[in-house]
Design a protein around this ligand. Structure first.
Ligand code: NAP
Ligand code: ZN
Ligand code: ZN
Length: 350
């Protein structure tokens, strides 16, 4: 079936309206009419080929919410009309140790929602900047938030799970002091989630203008990282740092802030490497530097349920599909509070 989408034909071309084909739902497939799709910085990295291996045409989008419009004969988890979400993956090998542990995000055969291998035309997956998507039921999530919050739920599918997973894995909670670095799409969710988990939350931003916002999002303290005195005052005070920054920067400035046995988890994925961290910063206090990639399907459902229970959604700015190129420029300028979400109804007119 042919549906409207928005994507790019080359790294140096703007995104434009295009028609794409979706497969007819197979026995275990769920067909979803997309209502909204969040705009992740990874969409921009990919569509502009800042990371290696982008295939064109490239239709980004992996923060998808919508309503089930058709199901295959063997689908038992979902029925027509259900509110559902799709995040960063649409398939995996389903039988390796990672898949069996519900950590499909670490499966070598994980298929990304866009730019992943698929037998479907055109040979790679096309993402959520489109009217419709067809996904195996195993990779579909249930949305339990009230329907009027649906647009603001979309960013949970990537920004939410990517911060929730390391916060849970490294046990953010009461008695722990957690730093969130970079108050963008991921970071603003990290602040909300760490706060809801009961941690003492310190937000680190390069933008003085985000100070009051970060407090409103739930940060107990806000540090403008360009202020060396403010940074020095936080030395050896944090148990955990989740670093969401999308550009290379000096990691030592943050490693310094960890207590003994503290961990900094990198989730930001800049296109070029960070300057190498200073080994002495790590060995002096037995500190760890780690990474984390999105989250598995069961944990993503757990995160959605946690957010529904705690009334957590993203702070969003809704855009039309034809505003996406301008939105990318604003994202690069740090001018989004805090996630753009495409209203998929505008694809028909685009
Ligand atoms: P975003 O909305 O653009 O936020 C990034 C934030 O980083 C900015 O708001 C800014 O915060 C800070 N920042 C940007 N450039 C900076 C610089 N040069 N120096 C210092 N701080 C800077 O992006 P996002 O959607 O949250 O994504 C963040 C990164 O995570 C991207 O690289 C993305 O690809 C990656 N990502 C990774 C995963 C994963 O699974 N690990 C999943 C999703 C996304 P302040 O203004 O507060 O400083
Ligand atoms: Zn993402
Ligand atoms: Zn697997």
């Amino acid at each position: 079936m042919t549906v409207k989408a928005y994507g790019a034909h080359a790294a140096d071309k703007p995104l434009e309206a295009m028609d794409i084909t979706r497969r007819a739902p197979g026995r275990h497939d769920v067909q979803i009419d997309i209502a909204f799709c969040g705009v992740c910085h990874s969409d921009l990295h990919t569509v502009r080929a800042e990371w290696a291996g982008t295939l064109y045409p490239c239709v980004p989008g992996h923060e998808i919410v919508g309503r089930v419009s058709k199901v295959g004969a063997h689908v038992d988890k979902y029925k027509v009309g259900d509110l559902v979400g799709v995040g960063c993956m649409v398939d995996s090998c389903r039988h390796c140790a990672d898949c069996e542990d519900g950590l499909e995000n670490y499966c070598d055969g994980m298929v990304g929602t866009y730019n992943g291998a698929t037998p479907d035309a055109p040979g790679h997956t096309l993402g959520g900047y489109s009217e419709q998507i067809v996904v195996h039921e195993r990779y579909v999530l249930r949305v339990n938030h009230p329907e009027e919050q649906l647009a603001a739920v979309a960013p949970l599918l990537c920004a939410g799970i990517t911060t929730y997973s390391p916060l849970r894995h490294w046990k953010a909670g009461p008695g722990k002091t957690v730093g969130i670095v970079g108050i963008g799409g991921l970071g603003h969710m990290g602040v909300k989630l760490a706060r809801a988990m009961g941690a003492h939350v310190v937000a680190f931003t390069t933008s003085e203008s985000k100070r009051r916002d970060a407090e409103a999002l739930g940060a107990h303290e806000v540090v403008v990282s360009k202020d060396p005195a403010a940074m020095a005052a936080r030395a050896r005070t944090l148990d955990l740092i989740v670093n969401t920054v999308a550009a290379p920067h000096d990691l030592d400035a943050y490693l310094n802030l960890l207590k003994r046995d503290g961990t900094m988890v990198l989730v930001g994925a800049p296109a070029t490497p960070h300057p190498s961290p200073q080994v002495f910063k790590l060995i002096a206090k037995r500190r760890a530097l780690a990474g984390s990639m999105i989250g598995g399907i069961p944990e993503t459902q757990e995160m959605l349920d946690f957010c529904a229970e705690h009334g957590i959604v993203a702070d969003i700015e809704m855009i039309r599909a034809d505003e996406i190129n301008a939105a990318y420029e604003r994202m690069l300028a740090g001018d989004v509070k805090y996630r753009f979400v495409i209203d998929s109804a505008t694809l028909a007119a685009a």
